[in-house]
Design a protein around this ligand. Sequence first.
Ligand code: FES
Ligand code: FES
Length: 199
Amino acid sequence: MGRQPVVEVRMRVNGVMESLDLEPRVSLLDALRERLGLTGTKKGCNQGACGACTVLADGERINSCLALAVQYDGREITTIEGLGGGEGAHPLQSAFVRNDGFQCGYCTSGQICSAIGMLAEHGAGAPSAATEHLSADTIELSDAEIRERMSGNLCRCGAYNGIVGAIREVAAAVPGEVGRDAMEPVTEPAMETAMETVR
Ligand code: FES
Ligand code: FES
């Protein structure tokens, strides 16, 4: 296939306005990794099956390998590099370390971005296939709920127990906070007070 005409795509990535001239066929994943050098987002299957490429688009988790960059013109993209607004580790990143939520680390950035999006979905009351009582006012974030909601993110190393533990810990420590705005660090006093209960 010959070169296609380029189009200008403007996105705010991790709080920085970026302007890229891209062929319309370029995926968001390739734009992030190859053009912006944000290699924290990983390419696993490149066909929507593993979740390694998960990023947040306006706070919602997406598989960036399945997204064309031109679709996200004018949107806000957050990758693993932008979590917490660059002010130290995001609570989920710290929790993954404490809980041994990774081994080789290849899936980890996708797992963490996906968990942030998942917690926002749960906080907004979205049910999952594991939700038993659809009419309940609040859906308990049980381990079964976490596993179901994270089932799009595979881990070849099998670090699932640690991944679930990390998400459970942070969800319990700061309920409703973590998925609210990934670029905004959870306030230190709120996090410190909350973490005292799980140390
Ligand atoms: S690389 Fe995108 S889902 Fe696997
Ligand atoms: S930590 Fe190796 S693939 Fe998940």
